[in-house]
Design a protein around this ligand. Sequence first.
Ligand code: SAM
Ligand code: SF4
Length: 318
Amino acid sequence: MKDSFGRSINYLRISVTDLCNLRCKYCMPEKGICKVEHKDILSLEEIYEIAKVFVSLGINKIRLTGGEPLTRKGFVNLVEKLGNLDGIKDLAMTTNGILLKKYARDLKSAGLNRVNISLDTLDEEKYSQITRGGRLKDVLDGIDVAKSVGLTPIKINTVLIGGFNVNEIEDFVNLTRADEIDVRFIELMPVGEASKWAEENFVSNEVILDKVNTLKSVERLDPSSPAVYYKLPGAKGRVGIINPISCKFCDYCNRVRLTSQGKLKLCLHSNEEIDLKDKLRQGEDIEKIILNAIKQKPEAHHLEDGQYITDSMYQIGG
Ligand code: SAM
Ligand code: SF4
């Protein structure tokens, strides 16, 4: 599938639920969210039907996300069905890792290739604080099991938060020394709960290269990846820096998103959405709707002008 700027669209990110078993302070309100009515959420069967159409149109990479994908009942089953679609080359998941120990083996058997795990601190107390009650040990155990069953390469996503984890940058970078783990630092974005945060919480990723000056840049293998990669001398894993605001990868953007309520989002940083759920339920030609929609994918985002989305990350899946 090509959009109107000649970009090949081969990557679909699917949010399977808005719900989550954590309440990260920058993402979810403390009380959680108002539960959307069951009928307003895509069923797993509908997610599969829509994904099947996307794959027939050239999508070969799918990432499952949320909310927390592992809290959705029947999730492993969905993974298995998606993994069996002809044409899928890469099936991955983004998770907070809390339930990974329980599900990693089944997910691998079902056909999941790899996982990205979100982890913003290596300190137990701080982890409980930022996630409002999460247990760090659950995530670390989950990472171990994911490694042992071969859900690799494992990527750890760390949101850099001023006044919270900047002093842990070296500890995170050191995780890449002995294991084939990529640690990717992501800049906090002023969306959702974080839109109310103070300016000092938003720090530029440049601080990573200042703090760890032994990092050397490595060749960019995938131009559509938003991460620029570095390596410590002799390390097995890489350090990725994702800077959505000052570095634009829009020219190489290959992705679209499907929300749990069945909306197609053509750009993470745009409020535009195209409904697929009702159209599917009304028996309309989803393939035609998707092909038309792809032609509307915007050329670039405008974060540099302060144009932020009104949705929260748990609704879009990151
Ligand atoms: N629950 C899963 C998890 O945490 O990995 C998947 C969904 S979560 C919304 C996806 C990613 O979005 C996480 O890595 C999270 O840290 C990131 N995220 C959420 N809010 C953010 C914000 N305001 N700025 C930057 N990243 C954010
Ligand atoms: Fe849940 Fe992920 Fe948001 Fe944290 S970042 S509240 S784990 S959806």
